[in-house]
Design a protein around this ligand. Structure first.
Ligand code: ADP
Ligand code: MG
Length: 479
């Protein structure tokens, strides 16, 4: 989007007098107030302070971000929250529009020297804009990630044991410690817990947490500003180096070379190195063999997806932290449906809490169901749905006797329901068209294709029908 200075905007847009700006600002304050109930003060200050309300037009509030990256970061992370708040504050069809205004102060992470406070959320990679932004006394740790709030289960027990062990005696046993596993399984949390633990028990130690992408950016910037030497000296002076998502070094030869020098130096001095990767080190492609070998010198531990019990325990822990009461059956429902990623599990719970606060209603199973669907927790259900169940649900929804769907009736309501059931059978089961047809009074595959086409037409032309279909689908997927 075109970047305009504040003055230009006023000239180009006579509809935005200062009054309107004031109104926009008042409305934006309401958003901030609402977020204040759901988002920690630290996050509020870090993420929302740089946003500026610009104008209000009916139920559209325009807000401005200091950069496109910033805007994308906020929308990815809080888009859902923003949309919901817009509906609640601006009314039906209320929405936010975004502008970029590079004259606004750009985001710089606020980090207290030698302290783990005021650190931006590490799950978002912060691009530091000058080589000078890294300081030896900064550790870039997020104090929220501790051993205390990390739930131990079968899926991560070795990783936790290794992490605790090196935390109490860094550098003297498993070096490096390499944690690997899929996205959202707790690698970052555990690595930061190591850093936080050591920082608390040995405050004199120099600790640095960074990620593959940030390390690369820092390295490239140091080259650009003729500071490569300083860069290596800084890293070589550490007592504890934690590098998350090392897979990002794949294919980056010069960065790898620098990392190799740093690794060797720290290793020889018996300084602790902790690494994480999204796959086992030997599967890293585009990474020099000498690095892969070194990664395997210490201890390599995997973290896998948690079992149901652990997932429920994690949800319980998060509820405790937020001071929320949610019944066991609700937590179980979320945990049964969201299996592979703890970040999604957590995201879903947050969304449920937010919904409940926004609508000032208690956390119910229905509320949980709606959010689980949004978080993709339905995929695993697909395998369990059969055509018979679909026929039962559809006929109940349309209030038609099941047997009528199998007969040749041409009555419009029955045809509509039959088509919907055929369409959903194709969508939600892996049955062939032939098999689907056979469940509807022995119809052939051409009839099923015809039914699906009719339904697709109705979906495109009749929002009411689309809505009905979605409702049936939701019911089926959360049975
Ligand atoms: P990864 O780095 O493996 O992608 P993260 O460490 O970022 O995963 O974890 C994603 C989210 O899930 C974080 O908010 C983290 O606190 C939470 N989380 C992961 N594992 C656990 C656990 N065992 N106990 C509590 N929270 C967890
Ligand atoms: Mg991570």
């Amino acid at each position: 989007m075109e970047t305009l200075s504040q003055d230009n905007k006023q000239i180009l847009n006579p509809q935005s007098p200062p009054d309107n700006e004031k109104q926009a600002s008042e409305i934006w304050n309401k958003f901030l107030e609402l977020f204040g109930h759901n988002i920690s003060e630290l996050k509020m200050n870090t993420w929302f302070r740089p946003i500026k309300p610009i104008s209000l037009s009916e139920n559209i509030l325009t807000i401005s971000f200091p950069s496109t990256d910033y805007c994308e970061m906020i929308v990815t992370r809080f888009g859902d929250v923003l949309n919901k708040a817009a509906l609640s504050i601006l009314g039906d069809n209320g929405k936010l529009e975004y502008e970029i205004d590079s004259s606004l102060p750009y985001y710089e992470p606020e980090i207290k020297t030698g302290s783990a406070q005021n650190v931006p959320d590490p799950s978002i990679s912060v691009v530091v804009d000058s080589g000078e932004s890294y300081h030896p006394n900064r550790c870039y740790l997020n104090q929220d990630y501790t051993f205390d709030n990390f739930v131990k289960g079968k899926s991560n027990e070795f990783a936790v044991a290794a992490a605790l062990s090196i935390s109490s005696r860094p550098g003297s046993q498993y070096n490096p410690l390499m944690l690997y596993g899929g996205v959202g399984l707790g690698k970052t949390h555990l690595m930061q817990a190591i850093g936080n633990y050591i920082q608390r028990t040995s405050p004199h130690m120099k600790i640095m947490y960074t990620s593959g992408p940030d390390f690369t950016t820092h390295f490239v910037q140091s080259i650009k500003t003729n500071r490569a030497h300083e860069f290596e000296r800084l890293y070589k002076s550490l007592d504890i180096l934690i590098v998350d998502d090392i897979q990002f070094l794949e294919g980056k030869e010069s960065t790898q070379d620098s990392f190799f020098q740093i690794f060797n130096s720290l290793y020889q001095l018996k300084k602790q190195i902790v690494l994480s990767c999204d796959k086992p080190p030997h599967q890293l492609e585009g990474l020099e063999e000498r690095l892969i070998t070194r990664f395997q010198w210490g201890l390599t531990v995997d973290i896998v997806a948690p079992d149901l019990e652990t997932r429920i325990a994690i949800l319980n822990k998060k509820c405790e932290k937020e001071g929320i009461v949610a019944g066991y059956e609700i937590l179980e429902f979320i945990a049964v449906n969201i299996k592979d990623n703890i970040r999604s599990l957590e995201g879903c719970l947050k969304s449920i809490i937010f919904d409940s606060e926004l609508t000032k209603s208690p956390i119910t199973l229905d509320l949980a169901k709606r959010n689980v669907l949004k978080f993709g927790g339905i995929k695993n259900r697909k395998q369990n749905i059969d055509i018979g169940t679909i026929i039962t649900s559809v006929s109940k929804f349309f209030n038609i006797d099941e047997s009528l769907l199998r007969l040749k009736s041409k009555q419009q309501e029955i045809v509509e329901a039959r088509h919907a059931a055929m369409y959903l059978s194709k969508e939600l089961t892996s049955s062939s068209l032939q098999t689907i047809g056979s469940h509807f009074g022995g119809r052939n595959h051409a009839t099923v294709i015809h039914a699906c086409r009719c339904v697709e037409d109705s979906i495109n032309n009749n929002p009411g029908f689309k809505d009905k279909l979605e409702q049936i689908k939701d019911q089926l997927l959360t049975l």
